[in-house]
Design a protein around this ligand. Structure first.
Ligand SMILES: [Zn+2]
Length: 236
């Protein structure tokens, strides 16, 4: 999520027996960081060997909803909606939608076809406008994989690569964005700060899924230091 918004939970103590979260902004109470079930893949036995093809369609400003507004660095005409198949945590094939920059369409199709063949489970792939206000925190908490969202890098006047349709966040709850000061996003991702976990869908350096991106010149946020953004891939 490159440069997760600062509307984030503060990790008061990761070493304490009970992790306590303090919500900086927002109206709701902080969420408990209790244990959550690990996603598991039941079986990919019924999975076909190849995905079923990709529809590519133009998008309008109306269709982009809250994820786009006048003044964003790309126009809707520069973006495309791409249907991609993915393996869910139920081991079955699901159809998702990504909005990406038109220049990246062939590459994104290839990458997601190969992720499919790898059997990497992806919980869901919905466009950011499916969430109220295109709120990235809500999308991440939903473990939603997404690409385009016209938003900036907090603390700077720069656009995130997501604002160009040139970044993808993959299984964001399982692959949080971690700041050096001990904060992270999404709020319900605390269980996955432990990167020694090997649950399906987590990304680690050297994983075939990570190399699918980096081998094509994409940058992986898991290679960064501030923040370490395990979910984030970008192709500026
Ligand atoms: Zn990102």
């Amino acid at each position: 999520m490159m440069r997760c918004r600062r509307r984030i939970a503060v990790l008061v103590s990761m070493l304490a027996a009970g992790v306590v979260l303090v919500q900086c902004t927002g109206s709701g109470p902080p969420r408990a960081a209790g244990p959550s079930p690990s996603p598991t893949v039941r079986s990919a036995a019924r999975t076909p060997l190849t995905p079923s093809g990709n529809a590519v369609q133009p998008v309008t400003a109306a269709e982009l909803g809250a994820s786009w507004r006048p003044g964003c660095p790309v126009e809707p005409t520069q973006l495309r909606r791409v249907d991609v198949d993915h393996i869910g945590f139920d081991g079955r094939t699901h159809r998702g939608e990504l909005i990406v920059h038109e220049d990246l369409v062939p590459e994104v199709i290839t990458i997601f076809e190969q992720l499919y063949r790898l059997g990497l489970p992806i919980e869901r792939i919905r466009t950011a406008d499916q969430y109220p206000g295109a709120d990235d925190e809500l999308s991440m908490e939903d473990n939603n994989t997404s690409a385009f969202n016209c938003r900036g890098i907090p603390g700077s006047n720069q656009w995130s690569q997501h604002a160009y349709g040139r970044a993808i966040d993959l299984n964001p709850r399982l692959n949080p964005c971690v700041y050096a000061i001990g904060t992270f996003q999404p709020q319900n991702g605390a269980d996955y700060l432990d990167r020694s976990r090997t649950d399906p869908g987590l990304l680690h350096k050297g994983d075939p899924a990570v190399r699918l991106f980096t081998g094509r010149g994409w940058r992986w946020g898991g290679d960064w230091t501030t923040p370490i953004d395990y979910q984030h891939f970008e192709r500026p």
